[in-house]
Write a protein that binds this ligand. Structure first.
Ligand code: CDP
Length: 789
C-alpha cells in the first residue's frame, strides 16, 4: 500500500519536521518587495479620504464652513460631525464600554481629534481641500498632566456624559488591602518609590489605514484594513453600522507592524465606510506619521507609587502600589472587559509574597485615547517595570546584590501551579535555572569585578537585571471577554488529495512569521512538510472566527487550535488507514507522517497515501479535514531573565548599551530562530522606551512628539549585539506545551536597561530616575535633581 515512502523532512539545521529553525516562508515575498499592504490596494474609481484634525486640545466648535472645500473641483464630499449626527454615527463605542466621537460635534477633547473629512479624486486634492475648511474654535483650558486632572477647578473634559462633573474615569483595586497593610506595619524594611511609565507609542512602520468598498446593489461592504483583529472588527461594524455581519468582509492583508496600535477601531475607518456608502465608490484612507503619533492608541501613561516590604535579610513580604492612570479623552483601552487595568494585577512578579495590594484611579485628560497593549499582554509592561524597579530599590537599601535578592524570593518550581496574592494562576516555571543561565551567559561575576575596577577610575559602568513573568494567551471564556464574544480562536485544516494542506487561522500576523510557525505546528502533528502547508489568515470570508493577534495570544490560543485540529485530522486518517491496511484501528501505530500495523512496519501508509483515498472513504462524512474552536483553560506564563550592561559618559551623560543578554522561557519552542527575532526586536523597543521615547505634551495639551524627529526609534547604532539564550519549561495545559513569546522582551527589557543606568549612577547615591533616560535626565540625576517627568 505504501506508494509514497515517508521522506525525512528536515529544517536548515537538519532537525526533523516540524519544530526548528526553519527559514520564514513569507520572507521571499517581503524581501522582494512583493508584500501586499493596504496602501497597495487600488480599485477602479477609488477615491481618497483626508481628515481635518483639531490644532488645539480643548475647544468648543463655534462653526464650521465647508463651502470652499466643497467647491474644489476634485472634491466629492465634505462631511462634518453634524452630518454624521443626523445618521446617528457621530459617536461610536470603544472597546472599554466608553464612547468616542467619530467626528467632533460639540467640542474638541484632544489635539489631533477628527473634526471633518474630505473625499476627493486623489490624496493630494483631499489634503489641499482640508485647508479650505474654516473652523471657528473657542479654546478652553486643557488638562494635560494626569496629576492635575482631579483638581477641583480642572475643566471637565467629558461633559458629553450625563451628569459628569469631574475627570474621573474609573477606580480599580486588586489584592488584600488590610492584609498588606498589616505586613507593611510589621515589616523590618520598607521602601517607597514613585515612578512614571511615560506615554509611549507603538509607532508601527506602516501607519493605520483602510480601503472601504461598499457595493450598493449587493449591500456588501469589503474593508481592507490595518487590523490585528479582523473578525472582532467585523462584528463591531455589524453592531454599530447595522450592516448584516455576513455582508461585511474584513481583509487584513500584509500588516507592517501592529504592536497593539492596530487593535482599536479608529474614526478614520468608520469615516471611510461612511464615505464609500455616501459616494458609492471605494474610498482609501491612509494616515501620515504625525496623524498616527498624535491620534492613535498610545500605551502606558501610568504614574505609580510603589512600596515593597521585606525582612532585613532580604525576604520580600509584600508589594503595594497606588496608580494614577491617564486614559486620554476617551477610554479606548483594549483589554478583556473584566480587566479595566488590563493584567496589571501581575505586579507581584516572579516572587513568592505574603500579601499584595493595588489601588488605581483612572482619569480623563485632553490627550489622545488609547491605552493599548503595546507589545505586551494588557499592561503587564507597567506591572513588570514597577516590581523590577522596586526589587532593585530594595537591593540598593539592603546593599544586596540584585540577582541574589531575586533568587532568594523566586516562586520555587514545586509551588507551580502557583496562585499569586492577586489571584493569577501561574502555570509552570523554573526561574532559578533561567537566572543561572543568564548570569552564566553574561559572566555576571566577571562583570561585577570589571565594574569595581572601572569605578576606581571614575568610569560609570552599570549592570541591570530584570526577571519577568508574562501572562499571555487571553483568554479563558470564564474570565475573559471582549464585546460578549469570549476570546477563543478557530482553526480549519484541509488536506488535499495529493497531501498538500491548507490551514486557516483566526489570528493575523503583523510580521511574527505565522505563515511559517503555524505550518510547522501542523507539520509536527501530521508529518506533512511545512512547505506543503499553506497558512491562510486575515480574511473574514476565508477563515474561522476568532479574536485576533495581540497580547502574544496567537501561539497560546490559535497555536493550540492548530495542533488540536491537526490531531482531529490524524484521527480521521487513522480510520482511513485501517481500511487501507485491513486491520483494526487499535492495531495501528502512528510514526510522524505514517501509520503502520503494530509489529510490522512494512505494512504502512503515509499521510499522503491516506489523503489520496480520503474522499468518499468508508463512513467518513467529510474528506481529510476538520475544524475546531479552542477556548484556553488558562493563560500561559512565559518568563525570562535579562541582563543589560551600560556605560554612562560622565562628561555628557549619554548612555551606551554595551551588552544585553536575554534568556527566555516560552515553553516548547516551535521556531527558535523566530523566537530570537521576536526577542531581539522587543529588546530594541525596550531600549527605545528606557532611553529615548516619550509622547510628551505641553501644558496646553500640544503634542510635542508628532514626528520621528522627536519620537525616537532606536536604530542599529543604539542597540548592542543581542545575546539570546533559552530554557524550556512547557506549559502543562497547552497541547504542545508552548507559551507565547512575542512580547516578552518589550515587557522584560525596559527595567533591565533602567536598572543598569541607575546601577551605573550608584556613585552619585541615586536610587531612581524616570524614563526616558535621555542625556539631560541622566545629567540632572547626576546633579542630584529629581526627574521632571
Ligand atoms: O500573538 P503573536 O504572534 O504576536 O505572539 P506569539 O504567539 O508569542 O508568537 C510570535 C511568534 O513566535 C510566532 O511566529 C510564533 O509561532 C513563534 N513562537 C514559537 O515559535 N514558539 C513559541 N513557544 C511561541 C511563539
Amino acid at each position: 500500500h505504501a506508494t509514497h515512502r515517508r521522506r525525512e523532512f528536515t529544517d536548515n539545521d537538519g532537525h526533523p519536521v516540524g519544530y526548528g529553525r526553519m527559514l520564514r516562508k513569507e520572507d521571499p515575498r517581503f524581501v522582494r518587495g512583493q508584500g501586499k499592504y493596504v496602501d497597495d490596494v487600488v480599485l477602479p474609481g477609488m477615491l481618497h479620504l483626508a481628515i481635518l484634525r483639531s490644532p488645539v486640545a480643548h475647544a468648543r466648535i463655534l462653526s464650521i464652513d465647508t463651502s470652499a472645500a466643497e467647491a474644489h473641483p476634485k472634491v466629492k464630499a465634505v462631511v462634518t460631525g453634524a452630518d454624521l449626527a443626523k445618521q446617528g454615527l457621530a459617536w461610536m463605542p470603544t472597546l472599554s464600554n466608553d464612547v468616542q466621537a467619530v467626528l467632533v460635534t460639540d467640542k474638541v477633547r484632544f489635539q489631533g481629534q477628527e473634526v471633518a473629512f474630505v473625499v476627493a479624486e486623489d490624496r493630494y486634492s483631499a489634503r489641499d481641500a482640508l485647508e479650505l475648511i474654516d473652523v471657528e474654535y473657542d479654546v478652553l483650558p486643557a488638562v494635560a498632566d494626569v496629576r492635575n486632572a482631579l483638581a477641583p477647578d480642572a475643566p471637565v473634559i467629558r461633559d458629553d456624559l450625563d451628569g459628569k462633573k469631574d475627570n474621573h474615569c474609573f477606580d480599580w483595586e486588586t489584592g488584600d488591602e488590610a492584609a498588606t497593610a498589616k505586613v507593611f506595619d510589621e515589616a523590618q524594611v520598607k521602601v517607597t518609590q514613585d515612578m512614571v511609565y511615560p506615554r509611549v507609542h507603538p509607532a508601527p512602520m506602516e501607519t493605520c489605514g483602510c480601503v472601504a468598498d461598499f457595493e450598493r446593489v449587493a449591500g456588501k461592504l469589503t474593508l481592507w484594513c490595518t487590523s490585528q483583529a479582523p473578525h472582532a472588527h467585523r462584528t463591531l461594524y455589524a453592531l454599530v453600522a447595522g450592516i448584516p455581519e455576513h455582508k461585511i468582509r474584513v481583509i487584513s492583508p500584509d500588516i507592517g507592524g501592529g504592536f497593539g496600535n492596530k487593535v482599536p477601531i479608529y474614526p478614520g475607518y468608520v469615516c471611510s465606510v461612511v464615505a464609500s456608502i455616501v459616494t458609492g465608490k471605494p474610498v482609501k484612507w491612509m494616515e501620515d506619521r504625525a496623524e498616527n503619533l498624535i491620534s492613535t492608541g498610545f500605551a502606558r501613561d501610568y504614574v505609580m507609587r510603589g512600596e515593597i516590604a521585606a525582612t532585613k535579610d532580604g525576604r520580600i513580604q509584600a508589594i503595594r502600589t497606588n496608580v494614577l492612570a491617564d486614559h486620554g479623552a476617551f477610554n479606548g483601552t483594549a483589554a478583556p472587559v473584566k480587566y479595566p487595568a488590563g493584567f496589571f494585577g501581575v505586579f507581584t512578579g516572579s516572587y513568592d509574597l505574603d500579601a499584595a495590594y493595588c489601588k488605581m484611579t483612572a482619569v480623563y485628560t485632553n490627550k489622545a485615547p488609547g491605552g493599548v497593549a503595546y507589545a505586551c499582554s494588557f499592561r503587564i509592561t507597567e506591572a513588570v517595570y514597577l516590581v523590577e524597579r522596586l526589587v532593585d530599590c530594595l537591593a540598593y537599601e539592603l546593599k544586596m546584590d540584585p540577582a541574589e535578592l531575586r533568587r532568594k524570593n523566586f516562586i520555587r518550581p514545586e509551588q507551580f501551579p502557583y496562585t499569586t496574592q492577586t489571584g493569577w494562576v501561574y502555570d509552570s516555571g523554573e526561574y532559578e535555572r533561567t537566572l543561572d543561565k543568564a548570569m552564566e551567559l553574561a559572566d555576571y561575576a566577571g562583570l561585577r569585578r570589571e565594574q569595581a575596577q572601572r569605578r576606581e577610575h571614575g568610569e560609570l559602568m552599570g549592570i541591570g537585571m530584570s526577571f519577568f513573568t508574562e501572562a499571555v494567551g487571553a483568554g479563558p471564556r470564564k474570565d475573559m471577554d471582549i464585546l460578549g464574544l469570549g476570546m477563543a480562536d478557530g482553526c480549519e485544516l484541509r488536506v488535499h488529495p495529493t497531501g498538500k494542506a491548507v490551514v486557516r487561522l483566526s489570528v493575523q500576523s503583523q510580521g511574527q512569521g505565522h505563515e511559517t510557525t503555524f505550518a510547522q505546528i501542523v507539520a509536527e502533528e501530521l508529518g506533512i512538510p511545512p512547505e506543503d502547508i499553506d497558512v491562510v489568515h486575515g480574511d473574514t470570508d476565508n477563515t474561522p472566527f476568532g479574536l485576533g493577534t495581540y497580547g502574544s495570544r496567537s501561539t497560546p490560543v490559535s497555536g493550540a487550535a492548530a495542533a488540536l485540529v491537526a490531531r482531529k485530522v490524524r484521527d480521521k486518517a487513522r480510520i482511513i488507514a485501517s481500511g487501507m491496511l485491513e486491520c483494526s484501528i487499535a492495531d495501528l501505530e502512528w510514526e510522524k507522517g505514517s501509520f503502520h500495523v503494530t509489529g510490522d512496519p512494512t505494512q504502512s501508509v503515509t499521510i499522503q497515501d491516506i489523503a489520496m483515498r480520503a474522499h468518499g472513504a468508508g463512513d467518513l462524512p467529510e474528506g481529510l479535514e476538520a475544524q475546531i474552536c479552542y477556548n484556553p483553560e488558562n493563560l500561559t506564563y512565559p518568563f525570562g531573565c535579562y541582563i543589560c550592561v551600560v556605560d554612562v559618559d560622565p562628561g555628557t551623560a549619554v548612555v551606551k548599551v554595551r551588552k544585553f543578554v536575554a534568556v527566555d522561557d516560552c515553553g516548547t519552542q516551535i521556531n527558535p530562530m523566530i523566537i530570537e527575532g521576536q526577542v531581539q526586536g522587543g529588546c530594541a523597543e525596550g531600549v527605545g522606551m528606557a532611553l529615548m521615547q516619550m509622547i510628551a505634551f505641553d501644558e496646553d495639551g500640544n503634542c510635542l512628539s508628532a514626528s520621528f524627529m522627536d519620537y525616537l526609534i532606536p536604530t542599529a547604532l543604539e542597540v548592542p549585539h543581542w545575546i539570546n539564550g533559552s530554557t524550556v519549561t512547557p506549559s502543562p495545559h497547552h497541547p504542545i506545551g508552548a507559551k507565547g513569546v512575542g512580547e516578552s522582551a518589550t515587557v522584560g527589557s525596559p527595567p533591565a536597561v533602567v536598572n543598569a543606568v541607575i546601577d551605573a549612577l550608584a556613585p552619585f547615591g541615586i536610587r531612581h530616575a524616570d524614563m526616558p533616560l535621555t542625556p539631560s535626565r541622566v545629567w540632572d540625576a547626576m546633579q542630584g535633581h529629581p526627574t521632571p517627568s
